[in-house]
Design a binder for this molecule. Structure first.
Ligand code: ZN
Length: 120
């Protein structure tokens, strides 16, 4: 199960970054075109976070940004509704801006807030 592997990866990274501090919340960005199901991540997080003492009882916040890309030919940026979409000008040479990845945006620990940007 893809989501379970991803969630384990996220929990491992967050637990390491917390350096033993208690994590109260984890903020994840899951792009709408990443192919990752946010609901499945939420479900897996309940199971996986219980295995890490640093993450016990931590809340999970998920944002799901739209897929956006910039065209290399006409330099227009636009919203993508599918990973196979082309630019309105017909070009497939696109640079993705958002919506394709799973990113750990931030984590909150008991003593202070720390941010981490990690691509998984
Ligand atoms: Zn274009």
């Amino acid at each position: 199960m893809h989501e379970l592997t991803l969630t384990s990866e996220v929990c491992k990274v967050v637990a390491e970054a917390s350096k033993g501090q208690r994590v109260t919340a984890v903020h994840l960005e899951i792009g709408k075109l990443s192919g990752v199901y946010a609901e499945a991540i939420r479900f897996c997080f309940e199971l996986v976070s219980a295995e890490f003492p640093e993450l016990a009882g931590a809340a999970l916040h998920i944002t799901e940004p739209e897929g956006r890309a910039r065209c290399r030919r006409c330099e227009q940026s636009f919203t993508l509704h599918s990973a196979l979409e082309a630019c309105p000008c017909g070009s497939f040479e696109l640079d993705w801006i958002s919506g394709r990845g799973l990113i750990i945006q931030a984590m909150e620990v008991t003593s202070c807030a720390e941010s981490a940007a990690v691509r998984a």
